[in-house]
Write a protein that binds this ligand. Structure first.
Ligand code: NAI
Length: 332
């Protein structure tokens, strides 16, 4: 039986985790969940929001499903999410953004996959205060990290029958750093003759995304643009409650929703489990359990087609009622 690390997080984490685990179990797939607590709730007992046992569990199992974890403000703790990405070298942030059936948005036919470099750029944390009125941050771009993220994007395109990979930079202004990223894209692209290539500047991309998003397929971006553009794309298809994500490295992968722990609706049985469920579906594809991935995805889509939504999407179903509706649709 496949063993997978399950971090049920805090805030709405445990509620949406219960819903998703129940749905996966009902699909017939047997998983041995290695449950690991992390976040605000374990700080008091273990002195850190990310104990070593969590990292060791993911290293051993290679795959984790993760619910959101609160980052305590002003207590000196690093974000669990940032720390996980660093410790496990999860260099690719993957955010598929696709219209869901019967979920009304401004655009239809959006099916974009955002591939964001996760380790460097302005997020490398190289900053200094020059004097009281001046500070600087270094935008670090390396050939190694840029080539591996571009290769990841093309491999993803091949594996998932996508037609085009578009690189997003501001290489007209940052000729050296973004210029290097673009150069790496062009080099890697040579090995993928069957995939269309496209190059676009990030400002133009943003305008095009809010005018005609259906023209885009796979996007590959350095860290900062990737962070911003992936939230824009999540907004195009219905917002946080349905936005899935994954952080993938050479050895391990952590699948998690884009949203946070939503303390404002914690414990109210109101949270939408869709983002975590779609992250789990992507995880099942990653571990080659395609049959169950498709089965669960179909049941979820059918639930939307029946007009059943949680309140973030204008419906009245509770978290548990929504999960029960998906389970009912699994075998229909
Ligand atoms: P948030 O994403 O938790 O909430 C923003 C708004 O969206 C809230 O009104 C919330 O109720 C709503 N929302 C989020 N997920 C929802 C869902 N599944 N169903 C229905 N409504 C949902 O963002 P916020 O408030 O900025 O962050 C709260 C905490 O989460 C912070 O401590 C932050 O650091 C942490 N966080 C953790 C992440 C992770 O673990 N990957 C990612 C983002 C934030």
């Amino acid at each position: 039986m496949k063993q997978i690390t399950l971090i049920n997080g805090d805030g709405i984490g445990p509620e949406i985790c219960d819903a998703v685990v129940k749905i996966i179990e009902a699909s017939g797939l047997k998983i041995n969940w290695d449950i690991q607590t992390a976040g605000a709730d374990v700080i008091e007992s273990e002195g850190t929001p990310l104990p070593e046992r969590v990292i060791n569990s993911i290293k051993k199992n290679k795959v984790a499903l993760k619910a959101p974890v609160t980052t305590p403000i002003g207590k000196g703790f690093r974000s669990v999410n940032v720390q996980l990405r660093k410790e496990l070298d999860l260099y690719a942030n993957l955010r598929p953004c696709k219209n869901l059936p019967n979920v009304n948005t401004k655009f239809s036919n959006v099916d974009i996959v955002v591939v964001r470099e996760n380790t460097e750029d302005l997020y490398a944390g190289i900053e200094r205060q020059i004097d009281a009125d001046t500070a600087e941050s270094i935008k670090l771009i390396t050939r190694k990290a840029s080539e591996r993220i571009c290769r990841f994007a093309f491999d993803y395109a091949v594996k998932n029958n996508r037609k085009e990979v578009c690189v997003v930079t501001k290489a007209n202004i940052m000729k050296l750093s973004d210029g290097l990223f673009l150069d790496c894209f062009r080099n890697i692209a040579l090995s993928y003759p069957d995939i269309n290539k496209r190059e676009i500047l990030v400002d133009n991309l943003c305008m095009q995304l809010v005018q005609n998003p259906a023209q885009f397929d796979v996007l590959v971006l350095p860290n900062l643009y990737g962070d911003i553009v992936s939230d824009l794309c999540a907004g195009l298809v219905g917002g946080l409650g349905i936005a899935q994500g994954a952080n993938i490295g050479a050895d391990c992968a952590v699948f998690e929703p884009v949203h946070g722990s939503a303390p404002d609706i914690k414990g109210q049985n109101k949270a939408n489990p869709t983002a975590l469920l779609l992250s789990a579906v992507e995880m099942l594809k990653y571990i080659n359990e395609n049959h169950y991935a498709v089965k669960i995805e179909r049941a979820l889509f059918k639930t939307f087609e029946q007009g059943i939504y949680t309140c973030d999407l204008g419906g009245q179903a509770s978290t548990t009622e929504f999960a029960d509706a998906v389970i009912k649709n699994l075998n229909q």
